[in-house]
Design a protein around this ligand. Structure first.
Ligand code: GLN
Length: 297
């Protein structure tokens, strides 16, 4: 079979298999999988349609297409995802960076005005996409990147190395902000940035199989409300933020009013605002540590 099989025919076959599995961008994804399996650039794929495919190449392509047919995310198969123009390695230990999370970066930079030596904390760093991107843009900052998953931190460290910012980031393993307690940064953090888990339990079953069956549950699922981690961050961040320091969090659809109310009720914050993403969803909440306010909340 492989004698007569060409790259062009294999591409059509792969596309049909993916269509059969109801993958939306079947042709595009088939191109990515073939290019990866055959170690060709996309333009080479297009110009070598008559090239014949060896049995070994065929087996490689089929094994990748079958993984995608069973709904494994393309990014885990290819091992990477672009975020803010940088390529990030991803494994099933980390959430695949989402385009809407780029808003977290933009808003942190827009609000920031960070001086040299400023301290920034990324809570639930995952692939490291937020911490690493900010480290490539901001000079002279101390960045702490936290995650409860050891495996995620390994992926994030690899991404920092890849983008030449390893020496700018301190990695800490533990629950939410708790690892910061050993770092003598109470009242000294200029910004806490987080894309926490925010899927609520009722929503879990309705997620796409790519997300539900393959991405790390602990990076996605909050509790019955979906806003449990936001609430903890609002309460726990106060002791670490410098007066005027920023808390910037990603939100799920429809969560802005509740999270805003929690921040108001917690006290100690000013300048609460939400920012909409390209789909018009209030995606990011920004709060500033009040200069004077209740010492406990
Ligand atoms: N935006 C992600 C999704 O919808 C969820 C990310 C998160 O929980 N932080 O799959």
């Amino acid at each position: 079979m492989s004698d007569s099989l060409t790259v062009g025919k294999l591409l059509v076959n792969a596309q049909q298999m993916l269509e059969g599995a109801r993958i939306a961008n079947a042709l595009q994804e088939a191109r990515w999988l073939l290019a990866y399996a055959l170690e060709m650039k996309h333009h080479e794929l297009a110009s070598r349609t008559e090239q014949s495919v060896t049995a070994e190449q065929l087996a490689r392509v089929l094994s990748l297409v079958r993984r995608r047919e069973s709904r494994e995310p393309l990014q885990y198969i290819l091992g990477s995802q672009e975020f803010c123009g940088l390529d990030f390695s991803v494994t099933p230990a980390v959430l695949i960076p989402r385009p809407e999370t780029e808003l977290l970066i933009q808003e942190t930079l827009r609000e920031g005005g960070f001086a040299g030596g400023a301290v920034l904390v990324d809570v639930g760093t995952g692939s490291g996409c937020v911490a690493v991107t900010l480290a490539t843009i901001l000079g002279g900052m101390r960045i702490f990147a936290l995650d409860c998953s050891h495996d995620a931190l390994c992926v994030a460290k690899g991404n920092a190395e890849r983008h030449g910012v390893s020496d700018k980031i301190v990695w800490l393993e533990g629950d939410l902000l708790s690892p910061l307690r050993e770092c003598s940064v109470a009242g000294a953090v200029d910004a806490i940035v987080s894309n926490p888990p925010y899927i609520d339990e009722a929503e879990w079953e309705s997620l796409q199989p790519e997300v539900r069956d393959y991405e790390p549950r602990q990076a996605l699922l909050a509790g019955p409300q979906g806003t449990e981690f936001h609430e903890r961050l609002i309460h726990d961040s106060k002791q670490f933020l410098v007066p005027g320091g920023l808390l910037v969090m990603e939100l799920g659809q429809g969560q802005a009013p509740l999270v805003r109310r929690v921040a108001e009720a917690a006290g100690g914050y000013t300048g609460l605002q939400t920012v909409k993403d390209e789909a018009g969803i209030e995606r990011v909440l920004i709060a500033r540590r009040a200069c004077e306010g209740p010492s406990h909340g």
